[in-house]
Design a protein around this ligand. Structure first.
Ligand code: 4NP
Length: 156
């Protein structure tokens, strides 16, 4: 059976989406699921994640140091089954590349999975401090718990 493919998207692909990629991957069986991430911008192609994101993952047992930045392309709509964006600008940037409703239906906001903590966005921590990265980790981890449960039970 084909693996279910999930893509995490942010702006730079060095702070939020690589962390979301590592966290979600750690919660899913690798024989059934593939997780990747991409940025809408081209600033950090080939770059390692931000050191503060690497540190925040490491603190919680998720190693993302080997990931490298890449840019989202329209082709990603044909590869991935589920695409999670971190904020409204990511959403606006990728809907412009969608070719049809089938592409559009693949997109959702990661923060929609936050249940009671529900927020609309995972805020950009790039100009923030370590505490902002910890908040981002907590949002991502809680959302990914919900998403992983649903994916595993075929409820998404
Ligand atoms: P990310 O954060 O979208 O979570 O990876 C950012 C990373 C880099 C920049 C902005 C946001 N930047 O302007 O270079």
């Amino acid at each position: 059976m084909d693996k279910t493919k999930i893509l995490m998207v942010c702006l730079g692909n060095i702070c939020r989406s690589p962390l979301a990629e590592g966290v979600l991957r750690s919660k899913l069986p690798s024989d059934r699921f593939e997780v990747d991430s991409a940025g809408t911008a081209n600033y950090h192609i080939g770059d390692a994640p931000d050191s503060r994101s690497i540190a925040s993952g490491k603190k919680h047992g998720v190693d993302i140091s080997m990931l490298r930045g890449r840019q989202f392309t329209a082709y990603d709509f044909s590869v991935f089954d589920f695409i999670f964006v971190m904020d409204k600008s990511n959403y606006q940037n990728i809907i412009r590349l969608a070719e049809n409703d089938h592409d559009l239906r693949k997109i959702s906001f990661l923060a929609d999975a936050l249940g009671e903590m529900k927020k609309s966005e995972v805020p950009d921590p790039y100009y923030g401090k370590e505490a902002d990265f910890e908040k981002v980790y907590q949002l991502i981890n809680t959302a990914c718990d919900q998403i992983a449960q649903k994916l595993i039970s075929n409820l998404l």
